[in-house]
Design a protein around this ligand. Structure first.
Ligand code: AHG
Ligand code: MN
Ligand code: MN
Length: 329
């Protein structure tokens, strides 16, 4: 189906430069690299069992987690695509302990979780890619300390969700824009230029396997979500997929709250600040939602380590305000 009014990613950036400041040309370079890499990832994911990318490679990443073949394939696609992107000086990836220098004269830094939801690859559940962009404050050979910024300094954040369709969601700080991949052409078409999340919702997303290790306030909030109404009917519904991108995207569209707090297994939280929490938080806020590390705004947090983790709460404004009240108790 090729209706002529479709707006492709490149056309959107070209005609809506004001949504892509401070540097529309760099935004175009970077997003075209994301389009190229994510299309390659899509092509393999959609044939994962045939393309011999299922399963683990038998090694652990810097996080001490089993690395899946698709983690490394996706990582390679984004590094390759960004290497030919003059704007990007270095990439920080979940899959690489150190940052990788790409184009030292570039003005931007790219942080990414190339494949989010790895535990779901072999069981055919949606996975994603998450990315975050900072503008450099210096020139020359990039250093990892340049990534140790406060989240609100991001100039771009986005994710690709490889689901029933493949969607790209991003923001340059001027609203959230949504695109869908046309697999036959490898091009993303605009589906929503100013996506807003519902101010309230009834979906709560948390891994209750951790319930008995959670702080009391969070246990009490979960109890609140499970209360029945005066007719004896449920007031909320639980949805947790083990893929942050899939859980977040559903809640972004329908309204909801996603919580990955400190747990016994992950006392600092499980999600990584620079390439999971920060980009998702920027999108949440730009869509009218909220994101915190507990009571404090997540985007005010300054990274101290490039792979550091953070507790993460994000979602519809009313649900977040209710949850935060329980944290005060
Ligand atoms: P990744 O596959 O990049 O390591 O990320 C997985 C993350 C996130 O996507 C998801 O919400 C969370 O891990 C699930 O953790 P649990 O399995 O501990 O619930
Ligand atoms: Mn992840
Ligand atoms: Mn990952």
């Amino acid at each position: 189906m090729n209706n002529s009014h479709e707006t492709l990613l490149g056309q959107f950036i070209e005609t809506r430069k004001e949504l892509h400041t401070p540097d529309p040309q760099a935004a175009s370079d970077i997003l075209k690299a994301v389009e190229k890499a994510s299309t390659k990832v899509y092509e393999v994911i959609s044939r994962a069992g045939l393309a011999n990318v299922l399963g683990a490679v038998g090694s652990e990443n810097v996080q001490g987690e089993q690395v899946q073949k698709l983690d490394l394939f996706a990582n390679d696609q984004f590094i390759d695509a960004l290497t030919s992107c003059a704007s990007v000086a270095a990439i920080l990836s979940e899959e690489n302990e150190e940052i990788i220098t790409l184009n030292p004269s570039g003005d931007y830094l790219f942080a990414t979780d190339p494949l989010d939801g790895s535990s779901n690859i072999d069981v055919n559940i949606s996975v994603g890619t998450i990315f975050s962009v900072f503008k450099r404050k210096k020139k020359g050979t990039p250093e990892k300390e340049e990534f140790l910024r406060e989240g609100h300094e991001q100039v771009m954040a986005g994710y690709v969700l490889y689901g029933t369709s493949t969607v790209l969601i991003y923001t340059c700080g001027h609203g959230v824009h949504a695109f869908t991949l046309e697999p036959s052409t490898g091009e993303f078409t605009l589906t929503n230029e100013a996506l807003k999340t519902p101010v309230d919702g009834n979906i709560f997303s948390i891994n209750e396997g951790n319930y008995h290790t959670l702080e009391k306030g969070i246990q009490n909030y979960i109890g609140f979500c499970k209360k029945l109404n005066e007719k004896g009917k449920r007031t909320h519904t639980a949805r947790f997929m083990g893929s942050l991108v899939a859980d977040f995207h559903r809640n972004l569209l329908k309204g909801g709250i996603f919580i990955y707090p400190a747990t016994a297994d992950a006392p600092e939280g499980r999600l990584r600040l620079l390439y999971e929490c920060n980009p998702i938080a920027m999108i949440a806020e730009q869509a009218g939602g909220m994101a915190t590390q507990g009571k404090e705004r997540l985007l005010n947090r300054k990274a101290k380590e490039i792979h550091e983790r953070s507790p993460f709460f994000t979602g519809s404004k009313v649900m977040m305000e209710t949850a935060l009240r329980y944290l005060d108790e």
